[in-house]
Design a binder for this molecule. Sequence first.
Ligand code: KE4
Length: 428
Amino acid sequence: MSYKKSEEAFREAFSVIPGGVDSPVRAFSSVGGTPPFIDRGEGGYIIDIDGNRYIDFVQSWGPLIFGHCDKDIEVAVESAVKKGLSFGAPTLTETKLAKHIVNMFERIDKVRFVSSGTEAVMSAIRLARGYTKRDDFIKFTGCYHGHSDSLLVQAGSGMATFGSPSSPGVPADLTKHTLLAQYNNIESVKECFKNSKDIACVIIEPIAGNMGLVPADEEFLVELRELCNENGALLIFDEVMSGFRASLKGSQELTKVRADIITLGKVIGAGMPVGAFGASGEIMSHLSPEGAIYQAGTLSGNPIAMSAGLASLEKLLANPEIYITLEKRAKRLMEGFKEASEEVGVSMVTEVRGSMFGFFFSDKKVKNFEDALENNSELFGKFHGKMLEKGIYLACSAYETGFISTATTDEMIEEAIAMAKESLKEIL
Ligand code: KE4
């Protein structure tokens, strides 16, 4: 494959955009090489500006569950565009999409739309703090919830510590209320509740997708729910990625545990900028303008984004059986990757939840971020590069999740498996 045009484009982008990208992961820093500049998508494929075609397992990091250029979503967007791009005023589409979400998620009576997952999580935490009149909150190492200041924290020495900034530009004052616990380790959460009597909420990805794919144990979630109840803290499930991807109703079809607040994104925008957060009517009544907790956004509920999300969600609701096929294909892909690793004698552990898949070059079942860090990331980088050359577009980090869309055919899955076998043989 030639990447000449992308190499030139990357240099040019670099001259006017930091790192040449508008989101760091896209720069391929952890895998090396030049990120292909994408010209267009076609169903399960993306084509770069050099004309190289790839089977797309990233799908814009999750939103494109129907693949690229889905006709139904395109028609919905085209008709919305003809009526205007934005009004800064209420529209019927927002209510329609909100009703679908409220009807799908238990304990959620109201939802508010924003323009990104970061905004959804930032607003959810402010809502929890305002509602409980407490300042501290617990997050888990390895979970990513967007880039708002209080979430850019790194753990201290112990398993349960107050966070310190993980990024310059984040004052310690803004992270001193963030406690860090270890994923799937309920003792570390108990430790946090011992360290603070001012905990407003616990936020977790119930199916973590930002340390690779690492689902929470059911027992852990049950105990987490109990701890929140005992301590008067709210439980926030960040399903920006897992919502509509792990199942039609995100983690809700995979655990009996229910959160007080949920955050959503990605699929509900179908590739357009949308985030959302929802809770009971009682909790949401504390949000402005009903209540005093302020939250706002010029493009929140944007009619074009709402139309895209509504078309995507209504298609999912009308075809819930697609999740059977999505999961079958995700499992076949991971089975094939495992075969490929066994053929060359390297260890691999894999995980699937609905249309989400993950794999680590490791011989250890991954239960938390510390386990995930033990993977062979050097081998992952080489594997990613080889697969790209062979037309397979995987997430450019070992700590991300891959996705199957309805446009990802059985033939594409078999092609990716064949290329995985070839790639590993060439590397090792
Ligand atoms: P955004 O602000 O990027 O829309 O959403 C933040 C966010 C919140 N919560 C979860 C569980 C998420 O996965 C994300 C964003 N996911 C990453 C992919 N790992 C977005 C990709 C990127 O940062 O470019």
